[in-house]
Ligand binder design. Structure first.
Ligand SMILES: [Zn+2]
Length: 312
């Protein structure tokens, strides 16, 4: 199970800091077709919001918004004080996408089994929002039945599958590091760090934009700089710093020997690699391909030299 902890530290529910002793798990589904697990953070991480669930799961990942023993606010009833709550994300075409349903459901089973082990719960202590309402513990919602009915799957099936999963041993968790996307209008230290990095990348890759003021405001100039970087690296040019762009920004372009500088020594290493006199490891190869054409050659060496000379 891929688990990303992205706590919604700005939300009132998070800040209230009330805890619960989990007595059960409540399963919800989002009724918001097409919005996947990572997409919820942005709108839920804000002040003035009491509503929160512990996690969102889709077919690939679980995004955890609150510590599991935090009191969430997910069902407008007593179960808020006793139940860990997670949402399964509905796909763009809930009635049709059976491959997605199968994968998302399986991820939900993994998450529920993980929580059962951690909090000493049984599969029989898992209920849906709809069941919570029938028990007088929650508001009148029908999730996830409005979605699951297309696949003839019930909460009894879910509990049976979780019980079976519990017999197979512990759920392996892969922790996925969290970093919020940065985009136009954002502000703060993360934007300041981005601007400094863009200025470095500008020097390393000869990107066409004027040096940015590191003012921590993601405005038009910063967006333009992000686009210039994305274009140079053949990434989707959307001006948003998401996972792909962030990964591409961590490469030490031009610094093939890893000494923190991009200079003539690196240019020489690139030339040697180009003629087969030197082997580069994967990180050095990424750093050496300055023009992003998939090859390490004399042109890359040339641009390292060009930028090094410009700096002097
Ligand atoms: Zn619900």
């Amino acid at each position: 199970m891929n688990l990303m902890q992205c706590y919604i530290t700005k939300s009132d529910c998070y800040k209230a800091g009330r805890t619960i002793v989990p007595k059960g798990i409540m399963l919800h589904s989002t009724a918001t077709p097409g919005l996947m697990a990572e997409g919820w953070y942005k709108s839920w991480n804000r002040t003035g919001l009491d509503v929160a669930v512990h996690a969102f799961a889709d077919d690939k990942i679980v995004c955890q918004h609150l510590p599991w023993n935090h009191r969430a606010w997910h069902c407008a009833g007593q179960a808020n004080n006793t139940h860990i709550a997670f949402e399964l994300c509905e796909p763009a075409h809930p009635a049709k996408d059976d491959a997605y349903f199968a994968a998302c459901y399986a991820n939900g089973v993994e998450l529920a089994a993980y929580l059962c082990v951690r909090f000493g719960l049984k599969a029989s202590q898992i209920i849906s929002h709809a069941e919570g309402h029938a028990l007088g513990l929650a508001s009148n919602h029908v999730d996830p039945n409005h979605w699951w009915k297309y696949f003839h799957v019930t909460m009894d099936d879910f509990r049976t599958d979780v019980a079976a999963r519990l017999k197979q041993g512990p759920v392996k968790v892969v922790n996925v590091p969290f970093a919020a996307d940065l985009r136009y209008g954002d502000a703060g230290d993360a934007v300041r760090a981005l601007q400094l990095r863009l200025n470095e990348l500008r020097a390393r890759l000869g990107l066409a934009f004027a040096p940015l003021a590191a003012d921590g405001q993601f405005g038009a100039k910063t967006e333009q700089a992000v686009r210039a970087f994305q274009t140079a690296r053949h990434l989707l040019c959307d001006g948003v710093v998401g996972a792909q762009t962030r990964a591409a920004m961590t490469v030490a372009y031009g610094d093939v020997n890893g000494d923190g500088k991009a200079d003539a020594t690196d240019a020489l290493a690139i030339l040697q690699a180009a003629v087969g006199k030197r082997k580069l490891n994967a990180a050095a190869t990424r750093a050496a391909d300055l023009n992003a054409d998939g090859k390490v050659d004399a042109r890359d060496a040339q641009s390292v030299l060009r930028q090094a000379v410009k700096k002097q």
